[in-house]
Write a protein that binds this ligand. Structure first.
Ligand code: R5P
Length: 295
């Protein structure tokens, strides 16, 4: 039977080389197939970028403003996100399993806002991450903080576990209140995370020299939105970050604390995936907003 099949097969197209394309994400070419497939569920391969909707804040803040009711505040937004960044508790209780975008699970925690925040431990097992179909595990790294070594060790343990199972690790650079939020610090923090194995890194945008942060980090960088800003400023922040080499945003408060969260996340998508200028994206936001609340 095998001989007969071999004889009838003729369409080898020997003159057509097999594709051997590099993977679309910076620094990710030498990862295994499963990890790449998960990354393609976080970052859109068409733009190479992501809009992550971050609403894991409750893991140390409890029900903060805009996140009082995940079912009412967040679920209506999820189809506009490439990826959700959240805790396993919220995923299981509140997110429909029909969601097919990327899942980035909060994997570190412990102290609440009432205590020293840098004193985190690993708070998720790799079995649980895989059971919940996580594309990545997110871990806080406190470079220069009181628990620097412990937080770096949390990250490297998750990298070891994640690499074994093809799950990405997102290192979240947590900047202490007393630290300068400048390019020099961001270069230090992001580079340490990448050197020690993070698959990608989340950091804050800085006005001066952000392009040196993205240039010196060999893996993709996404930016946190930070404190709530007026919508035009938040869109400008996203625009500047992607123009200066960020592979997208991991945005929370500037979306869910907006007066019109659905319009805002759609406007952020225009900036990240379609290169809209901030003014164009704000106009788009205003149009969506007026369609929802005419007059
Ligand atoms: C904070 O530690 C959380 O990990 C958030 O996911 C992160 O700060 C991004 O949210 P935001 O855009 O509100 O800063």
């Amino acid at each position: 039977m095998a001989d007969a099949d071999t004889k009838s097969a003729k369409n080898y197209q020997a003159d057509v080389p097999a594709p051997n394309e590099p993977f679309f994400l910076k620094g990710s070419n030498n990862l295994d197939w499963g990890m790449k497939n998960r990354l393609a569920n976080i970052f859109d391969p068409r733009s190479g970028r992501t809009v992550m909707l971050a609403f894991d804040h409750g893991y140390f803040l409890g029900p903060t403003s805009g996140l009082e009711r995940i079912d009412l505040d967040i679920v209506p937004l999820i189809d506009h996100a490439d990826t959700l960044m959240l805790t396993r508790g919220i995923l299981r209780t509140s997110i429909p399993p029909t969601y097919t975008g990327g899942i980035v699970l909060r994997a570190s925690g412990g102290p609440s806002i009432l205590k020293e925040l840098s004193d985190e431990e690993i708070a998720l097992s790799i079995d649980e991450a895989m059971r919940l179909n996580a594309a990545a595990m997110a871990v806080q790294v406190f470079i220069g903080g009181e628990n620097e070594t412990k937080s770096v060790h949390n990250m490297t343990r998750l990298v070891d576990l994640g690499n074994r199972h093809g799950v990405a690790t997102l290192a979240v650079t947590a900047v202490g209140k007393d630290m300068a939020r400048d390019a020099q610090y961001m270069r230090l923090a992001t580079r340490i995370c990448a050197e020690l194995g993070a698959t990608y890194v989340k950091t804050y945008y800085v006005d001066e020299g952000f392009e040196t942060v993205t240039a010196s980090c060999p893996v993709p960088i996404v930016i946190a939105g930070g404190k709530k800003l007026p919508e035009p400023e938040a869109l400008e922040l996203a625009y500047n970050a992607v123009q200066q080499g960020a592979a997208g945003v991991d945005m929370g408060r500037n979306i869910f604390q907006s007066e019109h969260p659905s319009a805002m996340i759609q406007a952020v998508r225009k900036v990240v995936h379609e290169g809209f200028k901030p003014a164009e994206a704000y106009e788009f936001f205003r149009t969506l907003k007026s369609e929802r609340s005419p007059g």
